[in-house]
Design a protein. Structure first.
Ligand code: HEC
Ligand code: HEC
Length: 257
């Protein structure tokens, strides 16, 4: 009862106020009247970096561009290594051979060119610290020639094995990067980017900190990448060393055995 009176009072007070100021306040808004336009922005109209990144990228790359399953995008070294064109390309077209999806409308994604630009600009303003690689003689983002597999094996043994071990089933403290299922989910660029920019969030040093006393060379990175890619199994995920010949599907183990 009381509430209703108050409402009616405030309603009529407002009416009086509006009426008396009518000549001045053209278009005085009634309480509760929705603003012009749709109440929820259309998906293609969202232009805010946090909203776009949170809805589309954070699940794989981490809430703040770190501690995700995939690349540490907020790493300033990564931001210095990669150019805008490549960022736009990866977001729009995805990354072949990895789980990075294509977000461009042309590929069935949901992001317009303007939204992809907003993501690139947002990443730069949030995470770039300028050209932190200037004067460091950093390897190029993309490999400039084919790698030498044999030389790459030697690089793996002397540099990577100390943290990643030599056997696919023994990961060492940093986990196995020889595991077939892991190799099946990454491509050359994943390895190259990881080795050059590191994964500071997960404790992997960049190319300057992997060998004591010197930096890793561009050729060493190209070669070790070639060797790792050559370890990709033909049938990733197969629990058997060779393809199963029988036509019957493997049976799950029975309870209690
Ligand atoms: C389903 C998981 C997934 C989602 C969602 C995802 N990514 Fe990725 N992204 C990956 C994977 C996997 C890679 C390739 C492997 C790597 O580089 O770690 C990758 C690679 C990238 C790279 C290239 C890294 C390099 O090597 O230079 C960029 C840039 C990138 N993603 C940005 C984004 C942005 C921006 C979004 C949101 C619009 C996004 N990703 C959403 C999984 C994902
Ligand atoms: C000083 C130790 C160390 C050395 C040496 C090292 N890594 Fe790593 N690496 C790490 C750590 C730590 C991680 C993160 C592991 C995790 O938590 O997933 C990692 C992760 C990776 C990943 C996976 C990145 C991802 O996004 O999941 C790749 C690929 C990789 N390292 C490649 C290499 C290669 C190639 C070499 C040799 C050139 C190398 N690493 C040498 C410590 C090292």
């Amino acid at each position: 009862m009381k509430i209703r009176t108050t409402l009616r009072l405030s309603g009529s007070a407002l009416f009086l106020l509006c009426a008396s100021l009518l000549p001045l306040l053209v278009g005085c808004k009634l309480p509760g009247k929705p603003a012009d336009g749709p109440e929820v922005p259309r998906p293609e109209e969202v232009a805010d970096f946090d909203a776009l990144y949170g809805a589309n990228c954070a699940g794989c790359h981490g809430a703040k561009g770190e501690w995700g399953a995939s690349m540490n995008l907020s790493n300033p070294e990564y931001q210095a290594l990669v150019d805008d064109a490549r960022l736009r390309d990866v977001i729009a077209n995805g990354e072949t051979g990895t789980l990075m999806p294509a977000f461009g409308i042309k590929h069935g994604g949901m992001l317009t060119a303007a939204q992809i630009d907003a993501l690139v600009t947002g990443m730069r303003t949030h995470w770039s610290k300028g050209n932190v690689l200037a004067g460091q003689n950093a390897p190029t983002y993309k490999a400039v020639h084919e790698g030498d597999v044999a030389k790459g094996q030697a690089v793996y043994t002397s540099v990577c094995a100390k943290c990643h071990e030599r056997q696919p089933d023994k990961g060492g403290y940093a986990g196995s990067i020889l595991d077939g299922s892991f190799l099946a989910l990454i491509n050359e660029q994943t390895i190259r980017t990881t080795v050059i920019a590191g994964r500071p969030d997960l404790g992997m040093p960049d190319w300057r900190g992997l060998v004591k006393g010197r930096t890793l060379t561009d050729d060493e990175i190209t070669d070790v990448t070639a060797w790792l890619m050559a370890q990709k199994p033909a049938l990733p995920g197969q629990p058997y060393a060779s393809p199963v010949k029988s036509q019957t599907a493997p049976q799950p183990p029975q309870a209690g055995k």
